[in-house]
Ligand binder design. Sequence first.
Ligand code: SAH
Length: 411
Amino acid sequence: MIMNYNINQLPEPSTKRIAFKVKSAVERAIRKKHPWVFEGGIVKQSSEGEAGDVAIVYDGKKNKLIAVGFYDPHSPVRIKILSHGAAMIDEVWFEERVAAAAQQRQSLLETDTNSYRLIYGENDSLSSLIADVYDQVLVIKLYSFVWLPYLKMILPILLKYSNCSTAVLRLSRVMQNQPEYLHGLQDGMILHGKLEQPDIHFKEHGLLFSANVIKGHKTGFFLDHRHNRKKVGALSMGKKVLDIFSYAGGFTVHALGGGASEVVSLDISAKAQEMAKKNVALNFKDANHSVLVADAFEGMQSLLRRGTRFDVIIVDPPSFAKRDSEKEGALNSYTRLARLAALLAVKGGVLLLASCSSRISADDFFAAAESGIKATGRSFQLEEKTFHDIDHPVTFPEGAYLKAGYYRLND
Ligand code: SAH
């Protein structure tokens, strides 16, 4: 069900200012423009407060202001820094940030694309706020309660710079689980304009897609791989393509658009496969496309047993390491996947191996992927490494999560 929310019910921004002193290591991180102050990094604070109160951080020696941010008593990241220097957090300040973000994405909008990330949280100085655009629909995803008193202020600015007529709100799992702080807001509510149905059509480099902005993963679609999907399209003319962890068929559609002779999508979710079929049908009448609903490891093994081989193979798994203790297992899985993919590729075939785990460094990921290919005894070369597309800029180490390598098998 699509539900509207009247944002006038939200509280006004508080006028409270809380002064902080932090540990010297945190001061150094702030000087390097890091956007987070963890609870344990705080030495002193002038008073308690509520989510969205303005936090002002002073240095320990000279009492000089070094940062301004939002105070968040609900999160271990207790201060979300907005400005690494003095700033009035008001409409003017928000508009400057949103205008700068829009400007940074301008070149993307000159391609045949109307889906993009307008605001990527901390990396666009707006910690814990994501704003994705799907044609006329703006999807705001919040990861912290700090934004609730400021939604009324920032919404018209986001609408103006995105040229959207509708705004949908998505909430992080952590926020959804604490309804007592939500002022009646629920995940998927409409904050502005009308939404007739949850599936929105949009374009990515000339190809059509549909995403469920109310219930889909993240804000409905994985916009972050756009540049890799375009590259896969360019590699696919006359090729047999295998898209593993295919979700809504992003890579599948681009491979078909690039002239693939056949595409197989593999995903464990039958629902995702329905979306993939729908997205293929939006673009092509008689595409040579089939879906395999299976676990990736098992599905790849069974393709191997059947002797099926592919020219282009995409392996884009979900995040395998949600916490540090899972890192080793994640690297192991990347290696196993790379090995299976290499076994499934023809001579001269290309593997696109990707990782979206922020806890796994790019170097560790590429090493794991290469050891998987090496284990097959086949010779290969790394043709290209890619990272974030321009609408997912990275301004601090934890903001970087996406890395992908293009490997060609020589024999
Ligand atoms: N490549 C996609 C995004 C992938 S998201 C794109 O470009 O849009 C990760 C996908 O992996 C999800 O669709 C999820 O259903 C699928 N998945 C998770 N675990 C899996 C497993 N063990 N085997 C196969 N698919 C899996």
